[in-house]
Every structure is written in structure tokens, then in C-alpha cells.
Ligand binder design. Structure first.
Ligand SMILES: CC(C)(COP(=O)(O)OP(=O)(O)OC[C@H]1O[C@@H](n2cnc3c(N)ncnc32)[C@H](O)[C@@H]1OP(=O)(O)O)[C@@H](O)C(=O)NCCC(=O)NCCS
Length: 166
């Protein structure tokens, strides 16, 4: 793949996953998503179908051979959308999610002016991550999530402000 970043000092590699890869990687992505997000985590099939879409972006961060983090999203009609992000508990607070966000923004097409996402109102780590990446709250969707029921904070970043990500 052309989208490989290697941080040799920390042995982290971020790689864009394509739809044609081995089942094993999609299984690993699904397992990590479910560990981090719970029952709402994506299935292996969902990751594969997202990666296979022309406008889908699925990123995986490896520490050596080990999957440490993931981020998925897509672009459509001049917008980007982040649909899931997860970092394995033992790899948190090392900047992996931030680096995955940087990579996502770098892959957005020219015509993507804004990026949106939804996040559980109580998910302070994720909300803080997104704020650090230039997102601001633009709405609240009442009772958007179930199990447990919770509102979703809707956040938006202007692509130009995503340049704040360094
Ligand atoms: C949210 C999540 C992806 C962050 O991953 P991470 O790799 O630990 O995040 P980073 O190390 O890149 O942190 C970047 C910034 O996010 C914020 N942040 C991350 N974790 C935080 C925490 N526990 N408390 C407060 N702020 C936090 C900080 O601003 C941090 O910058 P800093 O370390 O310089 O203070 C991770 O906690 C996770 O997988 N959570 C469970 C799954 C989830 O909630 N996904 C999001 C669904 S919308």
C-alpha cells in the first residue's frame, strides 16, 4: 500500500487496509473494536465491506505484528465521517489515536471540506481526543445510543482546521 507511516523509534506502523486482504486482519479489527466499544463494535464483515468501498477508509496501527489501534470512516458528498476509533487498553495515551486521525485527514479528498462524527456524551477520552484534533460540538442527538441509552454529541471539524493536527 502507498499509505504507510513508520515511526521507527516506537515501532508503530499505520497502514490503510484494503478490502482484498486476508480474513485474519478483519477478524483482529473486529475483536479490538468489540473489546474497546462493546456490543456495538463492528463485525469482521463490516470492516471488510467498509475497506472495500471506494470512499471507505480503514486504518490499522500495528506495534510490530500486533494490532494496537484502528480508525474507520468514509467520505461522501464533500464530507468526511469518522465511524469508529479504538486503541487497545495497553497502548492508550501514547498518541496512537491522534496519529490515526492525522492519517485519516491526510487521506481526505480535496473536496472534503468538513468532517463529522458522533460520540457518546459520557465518553470523555474520545471527546477530548476529537477536540485536540480540531472538532467542536455542533449538536446533540437525544437517546441516539442504546445499551445503555445515551445521547450522542455531534462534532464537526473544518478540514482547513484539521491542519492544526501536527
Ligand atoms: C478514545 C481512544 C481511541 C483514545 O486513544 P489513545 O490512543 O489513548 O489516544 P491518544 O493517546 O492519541 O490521545 C490523544 C489525546 O486524546 C485525549 N485523551 C485520550 N485519552 C484520554 C483520557 N483517558 N482522558 C482525557 N483525555 C484523553 C488527550 O487530549 C490526548 O492528548 P494528550 O495525551 O496529549 O493529553 C481510546 O481511549 C479508546 O479506544 N477508547 C475506547 C473506544 C472509544 O471510546 N472509541 C471512540 C468511539 S467514538
Amino acid at each position: 500500500m502507498g499509505n504507510e507511516i513508520l515511526n521507527e523509534a516506537e515501532n508503530y506502523t499505520i497502514r490503510r487496509i484494503s478490502g482484498g486482504e486476508e480474513d485474519d486482519i478483519f477478524q483482529q479489527l473486529s475483536e479490538l473494536d468489540k473489546i474497546c466499544i462493546g456490543a456495538e463494535g463492528w463485525s469482521a464483515e463490516s470492516f471488510r465491506s467498509e475497506a472495500a468501498k471506494e470512499n471507505g477508509i480503514v486504518l490499522a496501527c500495528f506495534n510490530g505484528e500486533r494490532l494496537a489501534g484502528l480508525l474507520a470512516g468514509y467520505t461522501a458528498a464533500g464530507e468526511g465521517d469518522i465511524t469508529t476509533a479504538a486503541v487497545s487498553p495497553e497502548y492508550r495515551r501514547q498518541g496512537i489515536a491522534y496519529r490515526l486521525m492525522q492519517e485519516f485527514f491526510s487521506l481526505l479528498p480535496e473536496d472534503s471540506a468538513e468532517v463529522f462524527l458522533e460520540v457518546r456524551e459520557s465518553n470523555i477520552p474520545a471527546i477530548e481526543l476529537y477536540k485536540k484534533c480540531g472538532f467542536k460540538q455542533v449538536g446533540l442527538r437525544k437517546r441516539f445510543y442504546s445499551q445503555p441509552e445515551e445521547s450522542a454529541v455531534v462534532m464537526k471539524a473544518e478540514k482547513n482546521n484539521c491542519g492544526d493536527i501536527k
